[in-house]
Design a protein around this ligand. Structure first.
Ligand code: ADP
Ligand code: ADP
Ligand code: MG
Length: 709
């Protein structure tokens, strides 16, 4: 390893006394040209360093956390305006801003934009435009790497772009091959081709996707040997303007879905020191070969079957997962970016970094996405109706762009937050990650949090036996159906019961609905935590109030003897849409949060012992139907205690799925109850002004089409 010159004293910010040919100009004002968690992340460091920041926001982001985090924020208008480089440069000039940080995504790897900044005298906190252009093209970067002696994945990256010519190259490489757009990023425009017969079709599809994502030139493809059992291992590099370059350790990012990372960690598990140091060395060689400056990531693919590794691409920006490297090196890489942009020397030498990594153990990052793992990781969007986050400390960090009440819009990437955890060794880090994930509570949209917990509990992951096909390989284990305990259903019913008592009293000044003397209250739930399309289990809970905070409960499931709990002492803390319950079951104290989502009809989310269970409150008739006792007509029930404001339909009306049926008011909010199905209205059970308990039938459909929901 190359030895690096004397250490710079990091305490003296933007020190200009180092003897160098590069003038040191401290950064004092900054435009953060990005959104979400990255804008907040950059702002945090800038603020600490006394840099005056300005953020940008678009219409959908007007009330976002990042718009509010800086003293100045500029509105750009339409959702795609973060990509309007010319306008952003103009704004920076107009506001007399000295430097610009592009974050990641959007303009961060756009060399023309970096060049425009340079031309206008705005300090671009990133690599020189030339290095970006060289590395931005997957074909050109491979040529440069091959020349510099960095091994590349065997493949074709030349100018023959005819369909037959590419096919011939694929045949030479031998199937399976991977098609990649030279402009690729975020897994877009990539197709695996297993055999000759499907080559042309996959080529067309890759080209169409790449054109749509990257525009002109996106259709230029390279063909690579498809590695069957690869690991994704990348190296964080940093270079200054004085010719120094260091590696800040490696990250394993093999656990991916749709070629996109969800868990990243450092150091890479089960990797011998010789290979690790060789990777660092090759990464530095790669960066130096293009005259790199600033933060970059050199991505390698490691063939598990042969142990060989190959250069894949270099990302010329700070990456989403940079906190993992910060945790294991004890650095703030955004601070390093500012220092390097100002012309300073790198704050640490390679030897010092190596020493830190030895001492600081292991770190893992989990990306928390608005998506539905059970439905092929389909992205979701919506309002964060309820959000509780883990307690943070120096070893548990959250980088987030959203707070409770915010909306995750479909206009942008669905990453809600990143949870980063450090431990003295990898096992400790994984355990702490799992514990922290259990503290995460999100209601309002689907997230991958439960799936991430499954990953942390997966023996193969704990072993460090990772590869990019990890999720596919362990699919049946990772998606194993979960059976919720009777305590979960009991708490759900108790939570709804006590909140209905409060809201009926609160809304109408008296004890309507469940009052004194009321005896049995039945709640019927359908479990929504099921795999694709499969109907969830229907469970009935009967609650009997025996005194103040004293209940009996009975949980009835199909084909099982009912579970009875007697004399449960349960004390609630009531919130707006949620209830925290502490209940003494016969042998344990159970703490539970029960959340009703007002935007999502009958949905009830139960957080208990760090596990989320999603239930749907259904008409009691559903239970009888599930048991096969009766063939019943479908009906729609009140999702929460409420007052009926208006029926939107009349008896006899033909309605389509999703049509508004009834408007209700609850907890001072109006909610539109929509039709769960196509059908004919048989009966409207309530009129305007009626007060209903949760679970009360509001609308009954004609028998035809009654079976499904
Ligand atoms: P990385 O390569 O940094 O680990 P990804 O490849 O998953 O991370 O994410 C980078 C890409 O994802 C960017 O090219 C960008 O298109 C998109 N992206 C992700 N998050 C954001 C964000 N908050 N703002 C803008 N773009 C984002
Ligand atoms: P992007 O620019 O979209 O990030 P990459 O070239 O970095 O594209 O590849 C993304 C992911 O695709 C990698 O992390 C890896 O999982 C997979 N991949 C890339 N190249 C290969 C290959 N030759 N064989 C097998 N898998 C690959
Ligand atoms: Mg990549």
């Amino acid at each position: 390893m190359r030895s690096i010159k004397p250490r710079f004293a990091p305490r003296r910010l933007f020190n200009s006394s180092t003897a160098s040919s590069v003038p040191v100009t401290p950064i004092t004002s900054l435009l953060i040209a990005n959104r979400g968690e990255i804008a907040l992340r950059i702002n945090k460091t800038a603020k600490r360093l006394g840099i005056q920041t300005t953020t940008l926001y678009t219409d959908p982001d007007a009330s976002s956390q990042h718009a509010a985090c800086s003293p100045n924020a500029i509105g750009l208008g339409p959702a795609n305006a973060y990509l309007d480089g010319e306008r952003i440069v103009k704004l920076a000039k107009q506001h007399g801003i000295q430097a610009l940080h592009p974050g990641y995504g959007f303009l961060s790897e756009n060399s023309a934009f970096a060049e425009r900044c340079e031309q206008e005298g705005i300090v671009f906190v990133g690599p020189p435009a030339k290095a970006m252009a060289d590395m931005g093209d997957k074909a050109r970067s491979k040529e440069i790497m091959t020349k510099a002696g960095v091994p590349c994945v065997p493949g074709y990256h030349g100018g023959d772009q005819g369909e037959t010519e590419l096919l011939n190259h694929a045949k030479e490489i031998k199937f399976p091959v991977l098609l990649k757009s030279v402009k690729g990023g975020g897994g877009k425009g990539m197709r695996i081709v297993m055999e000759e017969g499907e080559f042309l079709q996959q080529l067309k599809s890759a080209r169409a996707e790449a054109r749509a994502s990257f525009g002109e030139g996106g259709e230029v493809m390279l063909v690579e040997k498809y590695i069957i059992r690869p690991r994704h291992v990348e190296v964080q590099v940093f270079a200054d303007k004085l010719g120094n370059c260091v590696a800040l350790g490696e990250r394993d990012c093999s656990v991916q879905r749709r070629h996109q990372k969800i868990l990243e960690e450092s150091p890479a598990p089960n990797l011998d020191d010789v290979t690790r140091l060789d990777l660092w060395e090759k990464a530095r060689t790669a960066a130096l070969a293009v005259g790199y400056v600033g933060a970059g990531t050199v991505e390698f693919i490691l063939d598990k079957d042969t142990g060989e590794f190959y250069f894949m691409e270099m990302n010329t920006r700070l990456q989403v997962e940079h906190p993992v490297s910060e945790m294991v090196t004890g650095t703030d890489l955004v601070e390093w970016q500012f220092r390097v942009a100002a012309g300073e020397k790198l704050p640490m030498t390679q030897e010092e970094i190596k020493e830190q990594i030895k001492q600081r153990g292991a770190a893992i990052e989990a990306r928390i996405y608005a998506e539905n793992p059970e439905k092929g990781f389909l992205p979701d969007s919506g309002k964060l109706v309820h959000l509780t986050t883990p307690k943070t400390d120096e070893d548990i960090r959250i980088d987030a762009g959203f707070a409770e009440g915010d909306t995750v819009t479909e206009a942008y990437d669905g990453m809600i937050a990143k949870l980063i955890v450090r431990g003295d060794d990898r096992e400790t880090a994984i355990r702490r990650m799992e514990r922290a994930l259990r503290e995460y509570e999100v209601v309002g949209l689907s997230t991958n949090i439960e799936f991430l917990k499954q990953l942390c509990n997966s023996p193969a992951f704990i072993e460090g036996d990772v590869e990019t096909g990890f999720i596919k390989k362990w699919e049946s284990e990772l998606f194993a159906p979960k059976i919720a305990k009777p305590e979960v259903y009991t708490q759900a019913a108790l939570g709804l019961f006590v909140s209905s008592l409060q809201s009926t009293a609160g809304l109408h000044g008296g004890s309507l609905g469940f009052g004194q003397g009321a005896t049995e209250h039945t709640f019927t739930f359908k479990n929504l935590d099921v795999l694709d399309q499969k109907e969830g289990e229907v469970v009935k809970v009967v609650i009997t109030q025996k005194g103040n905070q004293l209940y009996d409960a009975q949980v009835v499931r199909k084909d099982e003897a009912p579970v009875k709990f007697e004399n449960l002492v349960s004390s609630p803390i009531l919130g707006l849409q949620k209830t925290n319950l502490t209940t003494f079951f016969p042998d344990a104290r159970v703490e539970t949060t029960v959340v009703q989502d007002p935007n999502n009809d009958n949905k009830v989310s139960v957080f208990q012992h760090g596990i989320k269970t999603e239930l749907s409150l259904v008409s009691p008739l559903w239970y009888e139907k599930a048991l096969g006792i009766k063939e019943v007509t479908a009906s729609v029930v009140a999702p929460m205690p409420c007052k009926v404001l208006k029926n939107e339909v009349q008896e006899g009306d033909v309605v389509a799925k999703g049509a508004p049926l009834v408007v209700i008011e609850s907890m001072k909010m109006e909610t539109v109850i929509r039709s769960p199905q196509d059908g004919v209205i048989k009966k409207l059970a309530h009129r305007a002004g009626d007060v209903c308990k949760a679970g009360t039938v509001l609308v009954v459909f004609e028998e035809d089409g009654a079976a499904q929901q």
